[in-house]
Design a protein around this ligand. Sequence first.
Ligand code: NAD
Ligand code: ZN
Length: 378
Amino acid sequence: MATAGKVIKCKAAVAWEPNKPLVIEDIEVAPPQANEVRIKIVATGVCHTDLYHLFEGMHKDGFPAVLGHEGAGIVESVGPGVSEFQPGDRVIPLFISQCRECRFCKSPKTNQCEKGWAADHYDVMALADSRFTCKGKKVLQFMGTSTFSEYTVMNQIAVAKIDPAAPLDKVCLLGCGVCTGFGAAVNTAKVEPGSTCAVFGMGAVGLAAVMGCKFAGAKRIIAVDTNPEKAEKARVFGATEFVNPKDYNRPISKVLAEMTNGGVDYSLECVGNVDVMRNALESCMKGWGVSVVVGWTDKHDFSARPIQLIAGRTWKGTLFGGFKSKDGVPQMVKAYMERKVKLDEFITHNMTLAQVNEAIELMKRGGCIRTVLSVSRH
Ligand code: NAD
Ligand code: ZN
């Protein structure tokens, strides 16, 4: 490869500061160091967690950064010590690593690998170190991935090699939203056949949770969203009913309890709002109901009456749907290729990296499920 070992100059969307549009800049991407791979990003989805960092979390130490964490691409070159990857491999960057060596990777109970940015940087959402510079300044790597860039450098513990036949502009969604929602239902909630589920928030994450509930054999899947336009999509993924909390002047948990003779077996919060998290818990059946927090926030505390748990409900959370990332993503790619899970139906818009601000505004307005940006040609 002509570029191997050299600094690559390329385009990236840089978030210079919170609450401002991203700026398409020429950046420099240094060659991969030991155990690292440099990836040419072909396509990326825009996920609400990108918006969270930009408009809600706004952690001052988390800028400037290249956002984006739902991408797919092709290995351009590899650093010393990398044997698992070679140039030309099709890959998905992982915002949660799987080193296979730490105590978390060795435990079947969790996917929270001890290595990588997520170990102790939930608030800043990046590590201090990165391979990006722009105009002489260090630019941070958001969630350890930064897919709003033509090239990015990742440690090999956070890269999944996938079927070379998989369409990168579709399977990029498995880098975050779809695995997160699907896994939240299948791995974290462990939805059982014949059960009744409620999913709050019909973005890509929530729709994927609906798909997961259906996959697991749920009998009733109640989709909850304040945007009535989401009802139709919810049905495409398997929702049997749709409820808009704005249509009622009593708490949605009461409405759901009435609809289900006491409460749902499983509820999944895919909004990122602490009030909705409480409502989701309170929508569960006493005795055995399980509620999973999927929506992302590090800004607010949540609360609930202890009696909710004393009465036998369980409150859980999930990161990346509980999937061990390097193992889980190629399996989900395979499931898509075998038509066992849907991906195309999540994509409502296709744009280019240069249109990233348009894509962000669209998501803010609730005007899309997923926009996929084409980042570079291949
Ligand atoms: P999105 O913005 O596309 O979807 C959110 C949906 O929630 C929208 O349809 C909106 O209308 C709906 N909503 C808003 N307020 C509501 C309310 N009060 N009641 C019911 N519905 C309401 O977002 P997304 O990309 O699908 O992401 C969803 C959440 O999941 C975000 O918080 C994101 O940060 C989080 N997330 C978490 C993980 C994880 O690993 N836990 C990974 C990815 C995303
Ligand atoms: Zn995401």
